[in-house]
Each structure stands twice: as C-alpha cells, then as structure tokens.
Design a protein around this ligand. Structure first.
Ligand code: DP6
Length: 361
C-alpha cells in the first residue's frame, strides 16, 4: 500500500448530467437489485445543465467511508450506497503511481476507506430529480478511482442499484434501459441508442411549477402501483413493448411528430397509473394540467407537433421543443400564460441567449 507514510491521497472527479424519460420506468420486479418491469428510454441533458459533480478520494488516513452532499454530511449506511460501493470494490484492480511511490493492490481496495463529496449545480429545492445524476456520477467516479476495467454497460448495472433511472445517465444522447430477464440483474443495463449529436435541434425547457418536495417518492409510489394498479400491469406487458419499438424508430428517423406523440402519451399513461394506484397518487397539479392543455392546443392549431411534454414524479413540466425557434416561442408563451414570480434567468441554466432571442430579458 503506501510505502513510507500514510498521508497520501488519490482523488478522481467526475460530472454526470440527469436524464428525462420519454418512455417511463415505473415499477420494479426486484426491489433490492432494482430490476424494472419494463424497458424505458430517456434523453440525457447537456452535461452543463442539471448535473452532479462528485469527487471521490482514498487515503490510508481515512477511518471510515463518508459522504457529503452539497457540503452536508449524509449517511452511507443505506443498501443503495452499500451495494454500489461493494460492487465497485469487487471489481477494483491494481493502482500504481511510481512517482509518488503509491501502490494499491486489489486486496488493499477492500480495506481502504473512501470520502465522497458531491454537488448538484441546480437548486436542491427546485424539486428536480437528482438521484439519477447522483448515482451515475458516484459509480463512474468510484470506477475510475478503483481502476475498474469494465465497460459502461456493466457500470450502468451498478448505478442501477443506486437508483433505477441512474443507469441511463452514464451515456449522453438517447438511452434505453433494457429490463433484462436474468435474476442477478446482469443483463438489466443501459445502452446508447443515439449520441447527443444525432438530434441536436431539440431544445429542452424545464418549467418549475412547484419547488416543493414531492409527497410520495418515486420508490414508494412505484411500489404501491405494482401492488395495486391493474393498469400498470397492462401497461408493462401490452403497451410499453410496442412503444419502445416505435420510439426507437422515431429517434432513428428524427421524426418529431411520432416522438412527441409517444412522449406525451407515455407521460399521460404513467400519471393515469398513478391515479389507478390505491390510494391514488397525484403528482401533477392544476398548473401542470393547464400546460398540457396549452401544448395540446398549440400542436393542434399548427397542424404539426411543435412541443412535447413529459412529467415525472412531480408537477414540473419538461417541455421538448422541435427546434430553437420554437423554443423561443414556447418561452414567450409560458411567460405570458404562466408568469413566474422569480427571476427567470436563474432558471435557464447555461446558455441564456435563448432568453434574449425570445425577447424576455
Ligand atoms: C418517474 O429512478 O427515482 O422518473 O429506482 O426507486 O430510485 P428508484 O426510482 P427512480 O424513478 C424514476 C421514475 C420516473 C421515470 C423514469 O425516470 O423513467
């Protein structure tokens, strides 16, 4: 291990974006391994927007595994963190830094402790999912630190054990999480369908409808749906398999009309499943419903789809505009019909020129 002294430290930093599902994952067949009841497809956001940055460090001076999230220490005792740490440690291989005289053998990795510092670049209170980016980043950074030689697919199967949707954040562009059928979960991995360059006209706008913490977490919500919703079982067996094929085709052909139809319909069915759950789960609110009606009317008026909408386990709208010009119109309209009571520029992450183009800044 360390040659002379024990005050060395080896560190790795990684950054992962979050992803938005256009065909939703909702329901597990195995709660511990986090194995889903259907395939899902997502689009990964630009790495500068809504991302997590994580630094992982190892040193013989560390007495225990510890983690800080946005500067506050959190517990690593939960099974999700423990599973990710264990899986990465099992795959660790030798590390050597000749210059610094540091050698860490495969066995040493099992004895050394890690410290983890993770930051989200978006307001934690904004009610936006962070576990996808968080676990993807953690697993990727630990894999680099511990010299794990496996490919992204194998790493995605580990990130999946932290949070299901996290497995899709290891890739950019359009990503499919294949449910798999092995009991060990080794074939329940994410694969990239198309890179971020494939369809770069699309612009994603997230309208923060409420920054309140959701009342029912995704984990609890989907457990209750699996137990009580007959619609969910129909959805996973009869509906999603066909939609996955159609969505892959729409993405391959950059067919916005089909992409939009499938995205909106799938989001609506997911929320219908929530209503079909006993007791029912209400993730969307009146403003979410008004946004849906507005987008539907706009698309109908234009005769071709301009914008797609999708909602996760909360009221915030994820709006996907077919191109930059449409995104500008969308922003103008959102501001007119749903005026925010906050400084808008703080909600447009990264390139803010879109606000100027839309004449709203
Ligand atoms: C509605 O991945 O957060 O966003 O696996 O229990 O951690 P766990 O759940 P999580 O669920 C995401 C649900 C969703 C749909 C999706 O991202 O596919």
């Amino acid at each position: 291990m360390a040659e002379e002294s024990s005050n060395w430290i080896v560190m790795v930093t990684a950054k992962s974006p979050t992803n938005i599902a256009v065909i939703k994952y909702w329901g597990k067949r195995d709660e511990t391994l986090i194995l889903p009841i259907n395939d899902s497809i997502s689009v990964t956001l630009d790495p500068d927007h809504l991302c997590t940055t994580t630094t992982v460090a190892v040193s013989p001076a560390f007495q225990s595994d510890r983690m800080w999230l946005n500067g506050k220490e959190i517990s690593l005792s939960g099974h999700r963190y423990q599973n990710c740490l264990r899986e990465i440690r099992q795959r660790a291989s030798e590390y050597e830094d000749e210059k610094r005289g540091i050698r860490i053998s495969k066995e040493d990795w099992g004895k050394l402790h890690v410290h983890i510092a993770s930051y989200n670049n978006f307001p934690t209170a904004a009610g936006l999912a962070s576990s996808a980016a968080g676990f993807a980043c953690l697993v990727f950074a630990l894999g680099k630190l511990m010299q794990v030689k496996e490919d992204l697919g194998a790493l995605s199967a580990i990130a999946r054990q932290g949070s299901g949707s996290a497995c899709r954040s290891l890739y950019g562009g359009f990503v499919k999480w294949v449910m798999g059928n092995d009991v060990t979960g080794k074939d329940s991995i994410a694969v990239q369908l198309a890179s971020e360059k494939h369809w770069d006209d699309l612009v994603i706008i997230i309208a923060v409808v409420s920054s309140r913490q959701k009342e029912t977490s995704s984990t609890t919500g989907m457990r209750e749906s699996v137990e009580t919703s007959t619609l969910l079982h129909h959805r996973s067996k009869e509906v999603v398999p066909k939609r996955i094929v159609q969505m892959e085709e729409a993405i391959a052909n950059r067919d916005f009309a089909s992409f939009s139809k499938l995205t909106c319909t799938d989001s609506n069915q997911f929320h219908a499943v929530c209503l079909d759950t006993c007791p029912p789960i209400f993730y969307m609110n009146d403003t979410s419903h008004k946004i849906i009606s507005y987008v539907e009317k706009w698309n109908q008026y234009e005769g071709t789809a301009q914008v797609a909408y999708t909602f996760d386990a909360g009221p915030n709208a994820v709006l996907i505009a077919r191109d930059r010009k449409t995104a500008g119109h969308l922003l103008q309209r959102l501001l007119f019909y749903f005026p925010p009571n906050v400084d808008l520029s703080s909600y447009v992450l990264g390139d803010k020129s879109i606000l100027q183009e839309a004449g709203v800044e």
